[in-house]
Design a protein around this ligand. Structure first.
Ligand code: HEC
Length: 143
């Protein structure tokens, strides 16, 4: 569990830096969707840590939004766009089906969890499941 939280924080922390100076518009678009995904996970993460007041509606909305954004991962990464600032590894396009399946896993996990948050106790397990899907992809396909 701790590992997942740490991972999530690392993912948020690098977003601003990674974005700067990107010239390729396809690379920018896929970074933007990842940033949006990170922002939704952050809603749940900050609530889980007690840094933000618990709000079941906001948590469920973040999960629903996460599912919508995750559905955009495969379409946005399909073009093997390059940029010196990109952290995407070329192996994505050599193992496209696996990459697309991992994206779908994030979408389906978020979609299944949306609406299930009723008390604060539900936050951490949900975060753990979501974080696992991010990590499954990043560990292979992101620098
Ligand atoms: C199917 C693969 C995949 C999944 C699933 C995935 N990511 Fe990513 N993510 C990537 C890749 C590849 C990059 C690097 C993109 C680039 O730099 O061109 C990235 C980059 C990012 C970035 C940095 C964006 C930026 O500004 O450069 C954040 C933040 C991020 N991901 C968060 C998440 C979170 C949170 C999840 C889970 C809810 C997630 N990602 C799920 C593949 C994935």
């Amino acid at each position: 569990m701790k590992k997942t939280m740490t991972f999530a924080l690392i993912a948020f922390g690098t977003a601003a830096l990674a974005h700067g100076g990107v010239k390729d518009k396809d690379v920018m678009a896929r970074m933007e969707v990842m940033k949006a995904i990170g922002d939704q996970v952050k809603v749940i993460g900050t609530m889980a840590k007690g840094e933000r007041a618990f709000d079941a509606d906001a948590a469920n909305a973040a999960l629903a939004e996460l599912a919508v954004h995750s559905a955009q991962i495969a379409p946005l990464f399909e073009t093997p766009a390059q940029d010196p600032k990109s952290e995407a590894l070329p192996i994505i396009w050599e193992q496209w089906d696996d990459f697309a399946a991992l994206a779908m896993d994030t979408e389906q996990t978020a979609s299944a969890l949306a609406g299930t948050i009723t008390t604060e106790v539900d936050l951490r397990p949900a975060l753990g499941r979501i974080g696992g899907t991010c990590k499954a992809c990043h560990s292979t396909y992101r620098e």
